[in-house]
Write a protein that binds this ligand. Structure first.
Ligand code: ZN
Ligand code: ZN
Length: 409
């Protein structure tokens, strides 16, 4: 009997990993009015605790942000009232809706799963409550684009899944897990175009990247490393054994491998003087600031003794990467740079090329994350991120009770 209960518990645990996550969509935009229209599956509409009705074929609901911290609900042409929270709950799994913003240039988007809409200080807060694997398919398409090899998509899926689970508490205070921007991971639509992406997500279902003590890695990735990935501490002041720099010959002829930018010398000089108090009598700095070179990636500009992290320069001048060298061009300093992004972890264009050259997704991940292992979620010892699942609906009632979306952003 005891044995039976034990196996039942194991069985239930493995089912519980089919979890949903809460992603704020249109999170970078100020939204005052949005329309949800039918695509696949009917949806039940709830306004606070009131059941309003069903959204069926050719139906739509309009939601408007009101000053009173409430949301006005219009069902078709019928004004229903104003409420604190509106929920749209799918009646069949994998249902999805089209979200159209009125009076803005932003294109309509489609998202799969449920929706919770509240008022926040910017307008409407729209949280998509989505199955993890459906979310990953949307992320892989948003982050990787279409037309790539299956093995690249599989590597991206494992990494995006790892990153999502590792960062679930990022926006906890605002009442959701992740945003839909690059800050977390781009999630600009549900999966739409490439069947190869769906195949990659399905074939790597529940797989994550883990290291030594069987916890999740920080699943960082970027567009192009420029030929050498960054050490984690170049970017976050924290070194991680599985994220040591890698020489990458796969990405150096790719689209984002090189860039150039001209900046006026006066502006360049002023930044160092004002922010780092570099003395005018420092003739070494005066010369080097226009002639600094990086054969290999460095963390600091000119010398660590000046305490100028290259990432600060990247932020200030909006550069594609920190991997650049300077050339004196009279009135301007010419920056010739390599790569695009922070350079830590997997290089997407390198991984795409590896996949084309017949490397498997396991080999791709091990190339950028040496010493890590691909494991099934159920084998991860530290499951603190699964505590989140206690918020998820077992029944509709518990869904309401446990939801944190009441909190304003
Ligand atoms: Zn975020
Ligand atoms: Zn690379």
């Amino acid at each position: 009997m005891v044995k039976c209960v034990f196996f039942l518990a194991i069985l239930l645990m493995s089912f519980s990993y089919a979890q949903t996550i809460r992603v704020a969509v249109f999170s970078g935009d100020k939204i005052n009015r949005i329309s949800f229209s039918y695509d696949i599956s009917s949806y039940s509409i709830y306004a606070d605790t009131l059941y309003v009705g069903e959204l069926n074929k050719s139906d739509f609901v309009d939601l408007v942000a009101l000053d009173s911290s409430k949301v006005k609900l219009i069902f078709g042409v019928l004004e229903i009232g104003s409420y604190k929270k509106i929920k749209l709950i799918q009646n069949q799994s994998h249902g999805f809706l089209t979200l159209t913003q009125k009076n803005t240039e932003i294109k309509p988007r489609k998202y799969v799963g449920d929706f919770e809409i509240t008022r926040n200080k910017n307008g409407l807060s729209i949280v998509n409550v989505v199955n993890l694997e459906d979310y990953i398919a949307g992320v892989v398409e948003s982050e990787g684009g279409v037309g790539h090899h299956l093995e690249y998509y599989k590597a991206q899926a494992v990494l995006s899944r790892t990153y999502a689970l590792k960062n679930l508490s990022r926006h906890e205070k605002a009442g959701y897990d992740l945003c839909d921007r690059v800050h977390c991971q781009a999630y600009l639509n549900k999966w739409r175009f490439s069947n190869t992406i769906l195949q990659a997500v399905a074939e790597t279902k529940q797989e994550v990247l883990s290291h030594g003590d069987s916890s999740l890695v920080e699943g960082f990735y970027h567009a192009n490393c420029g030929g050498q990935t960054s050490s984690a501490d170049y970017v976050w002041n924290e070194s991680l054994p599985y994220l040591s720099p890698v020489i990458d010959t796969f990405c150096i002829h790719a689209k984002q491998a090189n860039w150039e930018k001209r900046i006026s010398k006066a502006k360049w000089e002023l930044f160092f003087k004002e922010k780092y108090f570099i003395s005018e009598s420092d003739s070494f700095f005066a010369f080097e600031q226009f002639n600094f070179k990086q054969e290999n990636r460095k963390a600091f500009f000119i010398s660590p003794k000046y305490g100028i992290p290259l990432r600060d320069i990247r932020d200030e001048f909006n550069l594609k990467s920190t991997y650049f060298s300077c050339f004196d061009e009279g009135e301007f300093v010419l920056l010739k740079g390599k790569g695009y992004g922070h350079g830590v972890g997997l290089c997407q264009e390198g991984a795409m090329k590896m996949a084309k050259s017949k490397f498997t997704y396991q080999q791709i991940l091990m190339y950028y994350y040496s010493g890590t292992t691909i494991v099934d979620l159920s084998t991860i010892q530290n499951k603190s991120f699964f505590n989140k699942s206690s918020k998820e609906p077992i029944t509709f009632e518990t869904y309401f009770e446990n939801s944190t979306a009441e909190k304003m952003e």
